[in-house]
Design a protein around this ligand. Structure first.
Ligand code: MG
Length: 284
């Protein structure tokens, strides 16, 4: 078995986690959550999304959260699902953006209301502008293993989106098990093949624990050479467009698992526990 000396964790709770909460979390509480996360030693956080407030009201305070993230000197990432969002992010000086496209046509149509081809076309333009401005670009690929509408997703469906991202200068790609149905076998095979086919690309594993396999899948990804993971404090969030999908993998459990295997994360477990309690308190 392969175990790296350390892994890199991107905390996605303030965005991916909170965006699934119907009840608006006051901006001051979001700021406090981000501040506490920074104190745990988390180095990188996805803090906001410039999605239209009508689509995701929870993210309506993105500008203020960005200003706060900047004031903390934080290494932070902001989701920009379309050109308009990118323009808003540029206007407030965001340095790292994330775009997303589904590997499943049906999911993409229901979630983003357009075909994969149209999404990729818009991404191409967004990548061009982002790169001109010197931004760091993360590409998310959703539904990389299976889809609630289409069932099994093939490697080719995932590679179609990955190839496009790579071709247009993506800096890293987060591979999502958005409905949380992957098993260690497919995780190992898919990441191994992705790393063979795109040897210069950094891949991140983004697991959801819907089926209780996310931690087994984490070990499978480690065996395939993946050392970067997305997770959410206290397991916050799911996906409002993916029926039945429960939360992201919990940063707390992920950190505990790594530490017990002698793999460093740079994160303090006790502080993280206190932060997850706070996170659960503010969504109630
Ligand atoms: Mg997620």
């Amino acid at each position: 078995m392969h175990f790296p000396k350390m892994v890199e964790i991107t905390e996605v709770g303030p965005r991916d986690g909170l965006q699934n909460e119907a009840q608006f979390v006051p901006t001051e509480q979001k700021k406090k959550l981000i501040e506490q996360l920074v104190k745990t030693g988390v180095r990188r956080i996805e803090t906001a999304s410039f999605v239209h407030p009508r689509a995701v009201p929870q993210m309506a305070d993105a500008q203020e959260i960005v200003a706060f993230s900047k004031s903390l000197g934080l290494d932070f990432l902001v989701l920009t699902p379309n050109m308009k969002a990118l323009e808003m992010a540029l206007a407030v000086g965001v340095q790292q953006i994330a775009v997303f496209v589904g590997a499943s046509e049906t999911f993409n149509e229901r979630n983003i209301r357009r075909s994969i081809a149209d999404s990729l076309q818009e991404c191409e333009e967004m990548f061009r502008i982002a790169k001109e401005q010197g931004l760091f670009v993360r590409g998310y690929v959703s539904m990389c293993f299976s889809c609630p509408y289409e069932g099994a997703i093939s490697y080719e469906q995932v590679a179609r989106v990955v190839s496009h991202f790579v071709q247009h200068g993506v800096d890293e790609i987060s591979i999502g098990d958005t409905n949380g149905q992957a098993t260690p076998k497919i995780v190992y095979e898919r990441f191994t093949r992705l790393r063979e086919d795109y040897p210069n690309t950094k891949f991140i594993a983004h697991f959801h624990d819907t089926n209780g396999f996310a931690y087994a899948n984490t070990i499978a990804a480690l065996q395939a050479g993946i050392t970067a993971f997305d997770s959410s404090v206290g397991g916050l969030g799911g996906c409002p467009f993916s029926p039945g999908a429960t939360g992201n993998i919990s940063t707390n459990k992920l950190v505990e698992l790594m530490h017990k295997m002698g793999i460093a994360t740079g994160i303090d477990e006790e502080k993280l526990l206190a932060t997850s309690k706070y996170a659960h308190k503010i969504i109630m």
